[in-house]
Design a binder for this molecule. Sequence first.
Ligand SMILES: Cc1cc2nc3c(=O)[nH]c(=O)nc-3n(C[C@H](O)[C@H](O)[C@H](O)COP(=O)(O)O)c2cc1C
Length: 355
Amino acid sequence: MGVTTGLMQRLGMTSPVMQAPLGGGGDTPAMTAAVSSAGGMGFVGAAYMTPEGIGAATDAVRARTNAAFGINIFAPQRSVPVIDGRAALDSAAPFFRELGLDAPEMPGDADDPFARLFPAALESGAKLFSFTFGTLPATAMAELKQRDIFVIGTATTVAEAVALQDSGVDAITAQGAEAGGHRGSFDPDGPGALVGTMALVPQVIDAVQVPVIASGGIMDGRGIAAALMLGAEAVQMGTAFLTTAEGGSPDAHKQAIMVSGDNATRITRAFSGRPARGIANRFMLETEAGADAILPFPLQNHLTRAMRGAAARVGKAEYLSLWAGQGTRMSRRLTTVELMQALDRETAAALGRFG
Ligand SMILES: Cc1cc2nc3c(=O)[nH]c(=O)nc-3n(C[C@H](O)[C@H](O)[C@H](O)COP(=O)(O)O)c2cc1C
């Protein structure tokens, strides 16, 4: 098809498609390897893994492909204040009961996993390292540079993009409001920026010198072509990969995406304590309705984990974090390779319409 950009050349990509890290089990080694083998860039979403899990997942990717791939974790987070969590426990208790689980307890471990996970990410063999929720410490950036690992940060505003560039990243993912999953905003307690992809990408491009990757609501070749027209040098797509055959999410999550409409998603803190976009369901709406019923990140994430696990086992979508972007009606049930081929064809067709 011949689409190429400076970033694609630098990373040896023949497709502008990066598969978003889908932390929590949405991506799998089979998916990551298939995207990279097809000329795009696959990522391992490692934020919720253990160091051993990172080793196993990246070994599994390397067993399937010699192509470069990336790894993603969260930037270090501020420590969580001591709080009275009774309202959150009371709010979640009925949902636990409905699933036959013991009443939830106040989560104890709020330690920041960055120090544990970063060394494993460095050793993983990944050629790219991406992160969200802030900037990296200078020491971590220096270690990545020393190993010649390509570093990508996530911005939801121009100010975040400029801060990332100043910190030394090699490229920036501009995450628009349409995006599924957690907002990459640096401040978890702030008002939360919701600038759409169409408006955010060119404004970020105007403000920084590093390549910009467009993300949020891009589901097919029309979206890819539009992002390239805005000046993006690649796209990062999450929701589109969730429903592939290789996608690791529970079937109830995939099914909810396949049947949901364009207005099905909301931004919520109900599942993790940080704003994230997912398909509205009972747990989200009822928890949001209760004042003070949500713990700060990551405590709320720990609190709801047992509920989400049980719901996945019995296929109950009402209790799952159904992360998805605004483009769900364009979701498809394909293999990862078929999706990559379709995106390639559609991008060529969309760009071809304008000579
Ligand atoms: C299920 C799911 C999990 C995600 N996990 C991560 C993650 O661990 N790290 C990250 O940087 N972004 C994560 N994201 C956000 C994506 O990087 C990306 O911004 C988003 O998927 C783009 O919007 P789209 O879903 O409309 O394509 C996740 C998104 C989804 C849908």
